[in-house]
Design a protein around this ligand. Structure first.
Ligand code: AQP
Length: 342
């Protein structure tokens, strides 16, 4: 069976981009794969997090997973910090990855901004920890949004270099094909792999955007969702009837993409229904659809986050099960690398 791994950072403001770009696909993978879904709290602290807020956000992401339809009994839902093998393998990968590779990572450049000297070392090493998250489970498939593509390519480079550098010892450890780590495949699927800000169609919807109106949060209630869509930036033209008419119109393209993803139909179908009409009518339909699809998830998330002992129980159970898998990999890694011990 294929093994799926993916994660979401508990950095607050979980939004529609996280949902359509990642979580919806997490849910879909469950019927045919063994799935491991992680609240990546160690990634979160690569930029400053208030501890009380972090605790809240960890539980909120776990609640969102479950509210969206992830089954934590059949699959695994846990938080990264509770499985120390992630950090252990990340150290080995820090010694496999090359500085030149890390220097090409665009997310570091964006997040560090101009004041790079003041960015944390963790933020720089983030992709190495992400490779460890995936490969400590020797996962074969990783559902992610478009923005994580480069990090997944780096994960494959690290896996390949490890497999090459340690070829003889990998074979000696009983992995006769020499492929200890799999070449994990990114799954970037659906019409909304890059949901854009509602205020600026050229910027991705993000948790850290200072404007609350730039994103639809999963925790938003119906009135808030309606307000945000009503205020979403558009252009004065009516909607086109064909997809090529969306070129050069990033805000229109984004809203059509969101509708398509929520309705689970292609953009062409959305345009054949709304093409030629005014934005106001389309926005009204989008509000109804978004409220119908997201409302129940937001309500369930709220209910679940109120039940701290239930959520903490899910995370503890998931962490224990994840640890069994991760420690098996780490035992082999230590043997392959040449560390002495039992
Ligand atoms: N706008 C987006 N459209 C589609 N997918 C997205 N993802 C994030 N933003 C979008 C996907 O959601 C998953 C979890 O993301 P993350 O928690 O690791 O955070 P991130 O990629 O750094 O994105 P955020 O939420 O926008 O946070 P900030 O503001 O900190 O940059 C990933 O699979 C991601 O691709």
């Amino acid at each position: 069976k294929e093994r799926v791994f993916s994660g979401v950072q508990p950095t607050g403001n979980l939004h529609l981009g996280n949902y359509l770009g990642a979580i919806v696909n997490f849910v879909k993978m469950q019927s045919r794969c063994e799935c491991i879904y992680c609240v990546v709290d160690m990634h979160a602290i690569t930029v400053w997090q208030d501890p009380a807020e972090l605790r809240k956000s960890i539980r909120e992401v776990a609640a969102a997973f479950i509210a969206a339809g992830i089954d934590p009994k059949t699959h695994i839902v846990f938080n990264q910090s509770q499985v120390p093998e992630h950090a252990e393998l990340a150290w080995v990968f820090n010694c496999v990855a090359r500085l030149g590779w890390m220097n090409r990572m665009t997310q570091f450049k964006e997040k560090a901004g101009k004041d790079r000297e003041n960015a944390s070392l963790g933020l720089y090493a983030y992709p190495s920890l992400m490779a460890a998250d995936i490969l400590v489970y020797r996962a074969t498939h990783v559902p992610i949004g478009e923005d994580q593509k480069q990090h997944l390519e780096l994960t494959r480079d690290i896996a390949q270099k490890f497999n090459n550098d340690y070829k003889a010892d990998i074979e000696a450890a009983g992995f006769s094909d020499g492929l200890f780590f799999p070449m994990a495949e990114p799954l970037i699927t659906g019409p909304a792999t890059r949901v854009m800000s509602l205020r600026d169609g050229t910027k991705k919807m993000s948790k850290s955007d200072p404007s609350d109106y730039s994103r639809i949060a999963l925790a938003d209630d119906a009135d808030t969702i309606a307000q945000k869509i009503k205020k979403a930036k558009t252009d004065p033209e009516p909607l086109p009837s064909e997809e090529k008419g969306l070129e050069g119109r990033p805000e229109a393209d984004n809203l059509v993409g969101i509708y398509a993803a929520l309705a689970e139909e292609p953009k062409t179908a959305v345009l054949s229904q709304f093409g030629g009409g005014q934005f106001s009518a389309f926005k009204t339909a989008l509000i109804d659809l978004a409220v119908a699809k997201l409302g129940p998830i937001g309500a369930e998330m709220k209910r679940l986050t109120g039940d701290v002992s239930y959520i903490d129980g899910i995370l503890a159970d998931g962490s224990a099960r994840a640890r069994v898998l991760a420690s098996e990999t780490m035992r082999s890694v230590k043997e392959i690398v040449g560390f002495v011990g039992k």
